[in-house]
Design a protein around this ligand. Sequence first.
Ligand code: NI
Length: 135
Amino acid sequence: MRFSVAMPEDLLIRFDSLVARRGLAKNRSEVVRDLVRDALVEEDCAIPGTEVLGTLTITFNHHSSDLQEKLHAIQHDYFEYIISSMHVHLDAHNCLEVIVLRGETGLVQDIANLILGTKGVKNGKLVVTTTGGHI
Ligand code: NI
């Protein structure tokens, strides 16, 4: 389907810069479609009861007292919802861990918050998505 959109000139200029940054393969229509899909996935992930996939990335210092044992224990407590994890030794002290979760959106958020709230976790972010049927 084709439709036309009206927007203020300054917003269109900024949008065209975004389109340019996304590369030669992208045009206005494709970027609008990408943004609409992102918004729909975000909406779906906010509906209680929705099954989501979450990717939690954290960094921490592995010398922090019993942090590794705590992170390990949380992952065993919720083994049904944690489908994979990857540990990267960044340098002599710092580690990065990527934890992939699958489950009801509220539960995935709660498990992520538990991990993010563990003393010694320096930085982290959860990204959620769905396999939902958007074209
Ligand atoms: Ni490590």
